[in-house]
Design a protein around this ligand. Structure first.
Ligand code: URA
Length: 247
């Protein structure tokens, strides 16, 4: 293998080329950790995402393309497609769910399965059509067996959700279900204690936040229809909050 082929092989393995720093004697064997020599004090090579422009600057189309191409976590390997979000980009209400399920993964749209049909009914109950709100999820890829998002998966996807919310700048965010609420608000409080009060989602503007209301996930309501009365209380609160004049 000549020097050029050697460099190409190292690059394919994402191992940077070994270049001894001036004045530092080269060790007998280069120590490599995560693809770079352990005593290399230079900044680590940037990942593709770091090299691209920040998510915070993207418009809708660029954001959608960034999500579609995302390989930031292992969920990219099992997806049929990413599930970006749907609805009015100028909506007053953003609904945040957990993650795509099997049907959403197939169709590329959030909340299109049985839980989605109930969500549509819940919205209709407060006079809103699906097309009048914006619907998205904490995760843009389907977790296998509909597992809860891991902290790493949620963190990898968070910039996308944050940018969607920033672009919409809604009057209110409705988090549906424990997983959505806890991840959105970055808390571990049980859903029962999150319901019934206004929370705040910190936006990228320093000191600014958007109000968040929390209710049950429609899939949970399908399994526990006795909780629909409580969900209705939440929905009435949402309607009331939306009717408030915006500050
Ligand atoms: N459940 C969710 O939380 N999101 C979806 O998109 C579908 C089901």
């Amino acid at each position: 293998m000549d020097a050029r082929q050697h460099r190409a092989a190292l690059a394919a393995l994402e191992i940077i080329e070994w270049v001894p720093a001036a004045g530092i004697p080269e060790p007998a064997l280069p120590l490599i950790e995560k693809g770079r020599p352990v005593h290399d004090q230079r900044p680590a090579p940037q990942t593709l995402d770091q090299r691209e422009s920040s998510t915070e600057e993207l418009g809708w189309e660029a954001l959608r393309a960034r999500v579609a191409a995302c390989t930031a976590c292992e969920l990219c390997r099992g997806r049929t497609q990413t599930v970006f979000g749907v609805g009015d980009p100028r909506a007053r209400l953003v609904i945040v769910g957990e993650a795509p399920g099997a049907e959403e993964d197939r169709q590329g749209e959030p909340f299109v399965g049985p839980a989605g049909r109930l969500l549509d009914e819940m919205l209709r109950a407060i006079g809103l059509g699906r097309e009048q709100v914006y619907i998205c999820n904490i995760l843009k890829c389907r977790p296998p067996n509909n597992a809860d998002p891991t902290p790493a998966q949620a963190a990898a996807c968070r910039p996308f959700l944050a940018r969607q919310i920033a672009l919409i700048n809604p009057q209110l965010i409705l988090a549906v279900g424990r997983v959505a609420a806890q991840n959105l608000l970055q808390v571990t409080t049980p859903l029962s204690r999150l319901r019934g009060q206004i929370h705040h989602f910190a936006t990228v503007d320093p000191g600014a936040s958007l109000p968040v209301w929390v209710t049950y996930h429609p899939a949970y309501l399908l399994r526990s229809p006795q909780e629909k009365a409580r969900a209705w209380e939440d929905l009435k609160a949402v309607r009331g909050l939306l009717e408030r004049p915006s500050p």
